[in-house]
Write a protein that binds this ligand. Sequence first.
Ligand SMILES: [Mg+2]
Length: 210
Amino acid sequence: MDGGNGDSGDGNNNNNNGSCRIALDVDGVLADVMQAWLRMTNPGRLGPLSKSDMTGWDFWSRYGVKKRDFYAQLDACWNEWNSLPPTEPDLARATEGLSRIGTVDIVTARSPATNRHVRMWLKLHNVSYQRYVQVAAGHMKADLDYDVFIDDSPINAEAFLRNGKRVILYTQPWNTTVADSPPRLVRVSNLGQAAEAAARMAPGSGCHGS
Ligand SMILES: [Mg+2]
């Protein structure tokens, strides 16, 4: 499989021979990067923000944050990778469950400079995955050869659907306006639910044919 123009390599864990290919996002699905961003940027702000203020993918623009600065700040959050919080308490168990459903690759859009830290973070949290695939921009994920994408981006979700892929949307304040439309798009609030949704999409029940 092509890893886009980015970094690609083997992960550390389970080998599942099932034909359901699952692309698992990092920021906003495994890593609670926005929590780290709040911790980093709130001290310099008159009115501190919280996650509930993050309605919409471009929420930062309402608070006078420039796009370039926002993404640079997200990169900077990964410099402190060892204190960057997970979205859920037991990612090892949750991703092991996913790996029983299909072949799980980490598929992440980010600047290459952060790959090393992300990989160390995945290892720290014992995340189960096969390959690490990095692309330069979120929409590029939709061109990759996966059946199901687990992601939190409403923009990516649209691109996946356009390309005939299945989407498991991990609920975050910035994606609540996306309508749940099973079986092609299923909203979940944790990775346990994501595994259940992926199992329903698995070969024999739809994942294979998308
Ligand atoms: Mg994400």
